[in-house]
Design a protein around this ligand. Structure first.
Ligand code: ZN
Length: 174
């Protein structure tokens, strides 16, 4: 991979982060070079061309470069990605960046986790009269339910601790 190969891709991209240029070159050169070798060569090439003024750094965070002849219009050549969660367009900082923000990444993570929960467990099971009576009766006998009582009821009714706790505050200790 010679400097003119890098130049060719840089001219195609017009505005780029190092990883973008590396990714483009990998398509043609990964049969011969490792990703690290390509990255090293791209970095050296960028450094050399910044010093001659052929390239200009147009942004610091993330580091973004352009060929000088596109210096004025560099923003027009930015490649933005649409966030699959909120739809907002954003500038990816790595090739693996999928979401615009940590908030959206977390939201997606929570959604995936939720989707793994079996459908029958997603909808809270309705409380039967008998179950409700048992809850009320236990509460009446004990005066009030301790965490230990709620845990036992949860086990007995095959419900979560939270479900029992919620029902208790909803029905008994209003
Ligand atoms: Zn987003």
């Amino acid at each position: 991979m010679m400097p003119h190969h890098i130049l060719e891709k840089a001219l195609e991209l017009k505005v780029f982060q190092v990883w973008e240029l590396v990714r483009e070159l990998e398509k043609d050169w990964e049969f011969l070079l490792t990703g690290k070798q390509i990255k090293d060569r791209v970095r050296t090439w960028v450094r050399n061309n910044l010093s001659t003024g052929f390239l200009v750094k147009v942004m610091n965070d993330p580091p973004m470069f352009t060929v000088r002849k596109y210096e004025k219009e560099w923003r027009e050549h930015l490649r933005l990605r649409a966030c699959p969660v909120c739809g907002e367009k954003f500038l990816p900082r790595k090739s693996q960046t999928l979401y615009c923000s940590e908030t959206c990444a977390n939201r997606q993570y929570a959604k995936r986790k939720w989707q793994k929960v079996k459908p029958e467990k997603r909808k809270p099971r309705k409380w039967t009269k008998e179950e409700l009576n048992l809850l009320k009766e236990t509460a009446r006998k004990r005066g009030k339910l301790s965490a230990q009582d709620m845990r036992e009821l949860a086990r007995l009714l095959n419900r979560t601790f939270k479900a029992v706790q919620h029902k208790y505050y909803e029905e008994v200790r209003r």
